[in-house]
Design a protein around this ligand. Structure first.
Ligand SMILES: *[C@@H]1O[C@H](CO)[C@@H](O)[C@H](O)[C@H]1NC(C)=O
Ligand SMILES: *[C@@H]1O[C@H](CO)[C@@H](O)[C@H](O)[C@H]1NC(C)=O
Ligand SMILES: *[C@@H]1O[C@H](CO)[C@@H](O)[C@H](O)[C@H]1NC(C)=O
Length: 489
């Protein structure tokens, strides 16, 4: 007992209380693509042609200097690109050569420590992207000289080469190598006890050295799943894995091996629905896919990472420019059961296509804080931050579908009721009667997106003004007390 108390005290004194799932649940995450967020010189004109696939000069110092841009969007955590040393021109960070050195294109080890300290001083968390599956080699698989790697420098640390040809064969997915003759990714033999224990040692010191609060784990489906529980335990912080697969039955069971996975099944559904490729019923099916008590394998929907853009996929506006549809997808994401994640540039309505098109330099926007989507994001984060602080049940309340048609859905998540539509800007203006919202009779209800007020009728429903396909986010006025939202103090 005394020992436990002493070590708790010691960790408090060091200022490092490791962040768990419970600590992350209330957070919202801004995804920074380190090479493309901000340069140390703060330039807004430095050229960056995504097609060149070379460094554009973003740094950790650059991020640190622009933290208020992120904080004022209401985010409480920042996910950055992998930090390890890389082959030449691996500006994204996924072709590492030395796990124990940092990528000096992004700055020094002290710069990274300084970024972590600056985030913590603002009450924000640092999430670092990590890659346990592979190293990087600029050449064909048969030219790899393992001795060139700083660690894991012997052939027996890797699976023997095979080409990953059949993505439906899980053995191949885990044991074969990704890449081609321009860039090969020697595949670490993570089921080997020596490799696993070295990996455990590495992640523990990485987290400690840089005061990391959470991990985004790359290429999870390419690694044997039972590698992760001891690894995440060594890390001692929240783990969110990338399982880039839309089938719930494939993706969600990975949550049995780590705190969280990126919600790729919901990502595809959000895109289909708000790009008008499928009706609202598609969302309904997907909202039910991760429940705590089914065979789906999900442990906790409130810890999944909810997103609809990232650095690997064409941006939403690449296909659908309509701002009202973007606003619906964005509001749905921030108000969902999981931990919301926005990728840099969403707030600027960037529209880049498939990788590398979606990796535009954010500085080309001039870091404008007056765009419609900047304001929309900031308001929704402010609301989520306020409600999760004042309504203890909100974060773990599982969203209920109240009613839906092909193009309008009404949802309730505890204190918040929302209406989403994929009618788009041509959707016109009309009055919508809600169903099952269960506000109190006579209660004043505020749509936080317009500050319009309604009075709940006999059954606790309201008649809401819908306009040009915009979403609606409704809260009892009393629930906004102290938030400053819509002037409610
Ligand atoms: C899957 O791949 C492994 C390794 O290449 C192979 O031995 C096995 O036969 C494959 N299984 C199927 C069902 O194709
Ligand atoms: C390798 O790189 C060259 C030059 O950039 C490119 O033309 C070629 O398509 C690449 N090959 C593969 C397999 O990606
Ligand atoms: C962390 O710091 C220690 C002490 O300087 C060093 O030995 C270790 O290699 C570092 N680990 C990483 C992953 O940077």
């Amino acid at each position: 007992m005394q020992f436990v108390l002493l070590s708790a005290l010691a960790s408090l004194i060091q200022g490092g209380a490791a962040a768990s799932g419970a600590d992350w649940r209330s957070r919202s995450i801004y995804q920074v693509f380190t090479d493309r967020f901000a340069r140390t010189d703060g330039s807004t004109t430095y050229p960056c042609d995504v097609k060149n696939n070379i460094y554009c000069g973003g740094t950790w110092k650059g991020i640190q200097n622009k933290l208020d841009y992120i904080k004022n969007l209401g985010f409480t955590a920042v996910w950055i690109s992998p930090v390890t040393a890389q082959v030449t021109e691996a500006y994204h960070g996924y072709y590492q050569t030395d796990l124990y050195s940092v990528n000096n294109n992004f700055g020094s080890a002290n710069d990274l420590k300084s970024l972590a300290a600056a985030l913590h001083a603002k009450g924000m968390y640092l999430m670092v992207d990590v890659v346990p599956n592979h190293m990087g080699w600029a050449g064909c698989h048969d030219t790899v000289n393992f001795q060139k790697f700083a660690h894991f420098n012997k052939p027996e640390h890797y699976h023997s080469y095979c080409e990953l040809a059949d993505m439906s064969n899980q053995t191949e997915v885990e044991k074969c190598w990704i890449g081609n003759c321009n860039m090969t990714m020697p595949d670490l033999k993570t089921e080997d006890p020596h490799v696993a224990s070295e990996m455990n040692r590495w992640i523990k010191t990485l987290v400690a050295n840089y005061s990391i609060d959470g991990l985004r784990i790359d290429s999870v489906k390419n690694v044997n799943a039972d590698f992760f529980p001891p690894w995440c335990q060594s890390a001692g912080v929240f783990c969110m894995g990338e399982v880039s697969e839309g089938r719930p039955g494939y993706t969600y069971p990975y949550q049995q091996y780590m705190d969280s996975v990126l919600d790729y099944p919901l990502y595809y559904a959000i895109k289909r629905v708000f790009q008008r490729e499928s009706p609202m019923s598609d969302l309904v099916v997907n909202l039910a896919a991760c429940t705590q008590d089914t065979d789906a394998g999900c442990r906790d929907a409130s810890l999944l990472g909810t997103f609809f853009e990232n650095h690997d996929n064409a941006r939403f506006p690449a296909a659908t420019q309509d701002l009202s549809l973007v606003k619906n997808a964005l509001a749905f994401t921030i108000m969902s059961d999981g931990i919301p994640i926005l990728y840099q540039g969403q707030e600027q309505h960037f529209s880049g296509g498939d990788d590398p098109g979606c990796r535009e330099a954010l500085w080309s926007s001039g870091y404008s804080t007056t765009t419609p989507l900047y304001a929309h994001t900031a308001l929704l984060n402010q609301l989520r931050n306020h409600i999760s602080a004042t309504h203890p049940a909100y974060l773990t309340y599982q969203t209920r579908v109240l009613t839906y048609t092909a193009d309008v859905i009404q949802l309730r998540k505890d204190a918040i009721r929302s209406i989403f539509t994929n009618q788009g800007a041509q959707g016109g203006s009309y009055t919508l009667s809600t169903q099952g919202m269960e506000f109190s009779k006579g209660e004043t209800v505020v749509d936080v997106l317009t500050c319009s007020e309604y009075v709940a009728g006999e059954k606790g429903d309201v008649d809401v003004r819908m306009e040009r396909g915009e979403p609606r986010v409704l809260v009892g006025k009393g629930g906004l007390g102290g938030s400053g939202i819509c002037g409610v103090d």
